[in-house]
Ligand binder design. Structure first.
Ligand code: PLP
Length: 454
């Protein structure tokens, strides 16, 4: 039986798939927080290059991948698709389990798929510097790597607590030539304000975003880059699913269930959107997004207009949200601790095309450890949510005696997250759950915002 399905470099996709062209109901626009009116490109122009703004609103089904981006993809793409034969055996399930492995990228996750494209378009429009924020360091690493490829300066505002606790992610960014500074810093108005009132603050992603955006908006040579949530980011990630469709054909298999972990939605969408296209055409596929019970945006949040950031500097986005002031518990899946969700994915959840599931972190580490012992690869804590769901679906198939085919995205490896595994082995992980009352309390902060049309 074949274990892995690998493609040639010639099979790296030449176009990204834009799901906006095929949505069963039209996408809702972002709104200006002051006027409540749809925003135009001019509001985004200080932060993003024109080509990415065009992709953000594009209705074209296929978008060409520029050759320099495709050449950069060749460094690690096509990524392998595996059949999890040993895991199937350990679970004694009649289900077939396949996983697409994005941990083979230079930074260890799917994030360079968009970082490389974003760096390219900024460079092409004469920009010389990018700013961004990073929490655990996955996104900061990806953008540092991509900026270095295209000769751009990269400045990463890294949440102070992570800066201190994750020195090796910082070292990676420095290796690729980025300037990494702890946030809040004294280099921006936003940072100085926070430091004046709370000098000992551990920082937060919300503050780091504010710093990165402020710097980009105030300099002509600098733009800002975001690693998830926005339409153009999801677009770039579809190389994952487009390759997987070819690899599943090599395996002579078609998925009954397609699964991805969900933070802002980019790795999930990357695998799932090409399969949703098949589902729109009538194919019987379940598409499942998996999130932490400690940050249950899709399963317990409200579909409403809300800010993308904590401080309230972005346009209002139509999305599932726990309220922009929600601060998730300190679970180890840093990449899944986001109050909102990609608008494209939110709409598809709302319309019933995507199902959502939520699990505790201990359940996810149980599944990730089983996976590592059977398949060898140690999943990132974020990816462990997809592993947990795949195991649950495989066990359900066993219960039903059904020969289901399960496909999931293994979005990254956990080599820089071993302290989380240590905490799990020591039995010191806490399982957080959010009550309805907690969620409703947070959502009161957006009660006055415009409603999404019913
Ligand atoms: C950042 C990250 C995620 C979460 O982000 P999405 O945009 O939801 O994909 C998931 N897995 C890994 C390995 C990550 O680094």
């Amino acid at each position: 039986m074949q274990t892995k399905y690998v493609l040639d470099e010639a099979d790296v996709p030449r176009q990204w798939y834009n799901i906006a062209a095929d949505l069963p109901s039209p996408p809702l626009p972002p709104l200006h927080p002051g006027t409540g009116e749809p925003i135009g490109p001019e509001m985004l122009a200080p932060l993003f290059p024109m080509e990415l703004i065009k992709q953000e609103v594009s209705q074209e089904r296929w978008v060409d991948i520029p050759d320099p981006v495709r050449d950069a993809y060749m460094l690690w793409r096509p990524s392998p698709l595996y059949r999890a034969l040993r895991l199937e055996k350990a679970l004694d399930t009649p289900a077939k389990i396949f996983y697409k492995y994005e941990g083979v990228s230079p930074t260890g996750s799917h994030k360079p798929n968009t970082a490389v494209a974003q760096a390219y378009y900024n460079k092409a429009e004469g920009i010389t510097r990018l700013t961004t924020e990073t929490g655990a360091g996955q996104w900061g690493s990806a953008l540092s790597f991509a900026c270095n490829l295209f000769g751009l300066e990269c400045k990463v505002y890294m949440v102070r607590i992570s800066f201190e606790q994750k020195p090796y992610r910082r070292s990676m960014m420095t290796t690729w030539g980025a300037n990494v500074i702890p946030s809040p810093s004294d280099q921006t108005e936003a940072g100085r304000t926070v430091l004046a009132s709370t000098p000992e603050t551990p920082g937060s992603l919300g503050i780091a975003i504010s710093e990165a955006v402020e710097e980009a908006a105030s300099r002509d040579d600098t733009k800002y880059s975001l690693g998830s949530v926005l339409n153009h980011v999801l677009l770039h990630q579809t190389v994952i699913g487009l390759e997987t469709e070819k690899q599943m054909a090599l395996a002579d298999a078609e998925p009954d269930v397609v699964i991805g972990c969900f933070g802002g939605g980019s790795n999930f969408a990357g695998l799932a959107f090409p399969y949703l296209r098949q589902k729109f055409d009538g194919k019987d596929i379940r598409v499942v997004a998996v999130e932490p019970l400690a940050c249950p945006t899709l399963t317990k949040g409200k579909y409403a207009y809300d800010f993308g950031d904590t401080i309230g500097m972005t346009p209002l986005l139509p999305m599932h949200t726990l309220g922009h002031q929600f601060v998730p518990a300190a679970i180890h899946s840093g990449g899944l601790r986001y109050h909102g969700a990609a608008p494209l994915a939110s709409q598809l959840v709302n319309d019933g095309w995507i199902e959502a599931e939520a699990y505790t972190q201990v359940d996810c580490f149980d599944a990730a450890t089983l996976f590592a012992r059977e398949e060898g690869i140690i999943p990132a804590p974020e990816s462990s949510h997809a592993v947990k769901s795949a195991v649950a679906h495989a066990l359900a198939a066993k219960e039903e005696g059904a020969e289901k085919t399960i496909l999931f995205n293994l979005s990254g490896h956990g080599h820089f997250d071993m302290s989380a595994y240590d905490a799990y082995f020591a039995g010191s992980l806490t399982d957080y759950q959010l009550s309805r009352a907690d969620v409703d309390g947070n959502l009161s902060s957006i009660a006055a915002f415009p409603d999404v049309p019913a």
